[in-house]
Ligand binder design. Structure first.
Ligand SMILES: O=C(O)CCC(=O)C(=O)O
Length: 268
């Protein structure tokens, strides 16, 4: 790994001051232990939740769609782009509707959950210096944030150098942190007030926290709470493709905007 990594082109020293590894949780743990870990860390990293070859097949089916498309492609995930079409196929829907996801979300919430239809499909290629800015999911969901569970599912192996997801340690336990740091946060895209910042080193400095990373194999997932601050690094060595698969408690108000298929320009 390099001595400096970047997110949206902004460098962060790759040192123990700024980075640590996520803790792994055993999928075979008892439900109470799983929930306790989720409450404590704001995320659970689970290995081998899905067969790796099924995940690779989905990735290949998505990438195969690019050969049928004439250049130039529309913006990622907008109408006419392979990602926009792919999230509407039965292959993709069958994948995200596998019972393993719903039962995991139910185990973590301890309640009955319903799927959220809108499932973003992310695709980051090396050399572009584009990554997800620091944010909490609660900002984007028009509901009670604690009731939504996100299962971040990389479609294929995803190392830290591939731009995998990472969490600001313990940030879920500080309810005011996002609001507090937002004041004075550096922002490269001032038209969108929802992300906290694109400068992940700055955020680590003002909070005194580290970013927690992981290398993922095909079939691994990480599940997070809507109040944990997360972001990604730039993909530098390979293409990162992933899906944000979400559920919410059945007994909570639904955000109707999230009941439709995802489109990158749907504004949510
Ligand atoms: O994959 C990404 O770049 C961002 C994912 C994310 O923010 C989420 O799953 O909530």
């Amino acid at each position: 790994m390099n001595s400096t990594v970047t997110s949206n082109g902004v460098p962060i020293p790759n040192t123990p001051r700024y980075f640590d590894r996520m803790r792994e949780t055993d999928l075979a743990a008892a439900d109470e232990a799983l929930r306790a870990r989720y409450a404590e860390d704001g995320y659970v990293l689970l290995r081998g939740v899905l067969p790796g070859d099924a995940v690779i097949q989905l990735r290949d089916a998505y990438l195969a769609r690019f050969s049928a498309h004439a250049e130039p492609l529309p913006t990622h995930g907008t109408k006419g782009h392979p990602a926009y079409e792919f999230v509407r196929t039965s292959v993709f829907r069958d994948f995200v509707e596998q019972p393993v996801f719903q039962s995991l979300a139910a185990r973590l919430t301890g309640a009955e959950v319903a799927p959220i239809r809108r499932t973003p499909l992310r695709h980051f290629v090396p050399g572009r210096s584009i990554a997800s800015r620091a944010h909490i999911d609660g900002t984007y969901i028009d509901g009670t944030p604690t009731d939504v569970v996100t299962i971040w599912t990389p479609l294929g192996a995803c190392s830290v150098e591939n731009g995998s997801l990472m969490y600001l340690e313990g940030s879920h336990a500080d309810a005011d942190m996002a609001a507090r740091v937002r004041n004075g946060a550096l922002m490269d895209r001032t038209s969108d007030v929802r992300p906290i910042t694109h400068d992940l080193k700055w955020l680590a400095d003002v909070t005194g926290k580290r970013w927690l990373t992981a290398d993922f194999a095909a079939g691994d997932v990480v599940v997070h709470s809507p109040s944990i601050i997360h972001a990604t690094l730039d993909a530098t060595v390979g293409t990162r493709i992933s899906a944000d698969i979400r559920f919410q408690r059945k007994d909570t108000p639904r955000d109707a905007r999230w009941d439709r298929d995802w489109s990158a320009d749907d504004g949510y």
